[in-house]
Design a protein around this ligand. Structure first.
Ligand code: HPA
Length: 275
């Protein structure tokens, strides 16, 4: 992340800030697969299409709307990124960090990230949520690779508290209160887009992974770099490959999240009100 990258971040945030006069958001929420409908909960909204924001990537994954929305949830001003970017879409890791750096430039201090994931931990059930306590990302290079611009962050950011302990505790309480099965666990990052092989999932389990997914970890690295407090929420849309003897499909993932949508919305709405 060099001076050129910083300039692009400021061009994007300058454009967005023209729409922000009526809002003072401390918290941003990045909606992953299956969580898209949550954006409909926002009141007093102002929407900006990603395509109109200078230098902003455009989401191509199914169900990812591609809009930045200012609005209010539970009386709190928030920025909602409806639609995220994945390495498997062809973006490079620094592109995945870009929206996070833009949120930082807009004055956000808390980043809530949601995703759908496959349960590696056999005590989890589809429909449960996992509050991310930590992640394992052994694949692909870092979003921070390259020259460092100290105006954006430190060269060697600490990752030992990447997922904020207080926010995690609050999220566990709110998920349980919404009637969801809830766990805290380790998110194992895979690049995708193919689902994992059963052998990869067995290996991830041995290494300490509880859920497998194709997002969130790159953005969490960028958020640590930018000193944002992060909360990661994974919805268990399926058991990971090989846990049951049946294939996994993208449609199954989206259908499971759609079905759980009312509970997930109640959970996140309550959570934002209590932050
Ligand atoms: N693996 C990786 N990503 C996922 C999965 C999975 O099983 N389910 C939803 N996203």
């Amino acid at each position: 992340m060099d001076k050129k990258y910083e300039k692009k971040v400021y061009e994007a945030s300058y454009y967005i800030s023209k729409y922000s006069v009526n809002y003072n958001p401390d918290t941003a929420i990045l909606l992953g697969s299956g969580f898209g409908k949550l954006s409909e909960r926002l009141e007093d909204r102002t929407e900006i299409s990603y395509a109109d924001i200078p230098n902003f990537p455009v989401s191509t994954a199914p169900g990812h709307a591609g809009k930045l929305i200012f609005g209010r949830i539970s009386g709190k001003d928030v920025i909602c990124l409806s639609g995220r970017f994945h390495y498997y879409e062809g973006y490079d890791f620094p592109d995945l960090a870009f929206p996070v750096m833009v949120l930082k430039a807009l004055g956000v201090r808390i980043l809530i990230m949601t995703n759908a994931a496959g349960a590696i931990n056999q005590s989890y059930k589809p429909g449960d949520v996992m509050i991310i306590s930590d992640h394992i990302k052994l694949m692909g290079h870092s979003p921070l690779r390259g020259q460092n611009d100290p105006d954006l962050g430190t060269r060697f950011p600490d990752m030992s508290r990447a997922y904020d302990p207080e926010l995690r505790k609050l999220a566990v309480e709110c998920a349980a209160a919404a009637g969801l099965g809830v766990h805290e666990g380790v998110y194992f990052y895979f690049e995708g887009p193919q689902f994992e092989t059963p052998a990869e999932i067995r290996a991830a389990r041995v290494l300490g992974g509880d859920a497998a997914g194709m997002s969130t970890a790159p953005e969490a690295i960028a958020a640590s770099y930018a000193s944002l407090r992060v909360l990661g929420i994974s919805f268990m849309s399926n058991m990971a490959a090989g846990v049951h003897d049946k294939p996994i499909t993208g449609e199954e993932v989206n259908a499971a999240a759609e079905k759980a949508s009312p509970l997930l919305e109640r959970f996140i709405t309550d959570l934002i009100g209590r932050i």
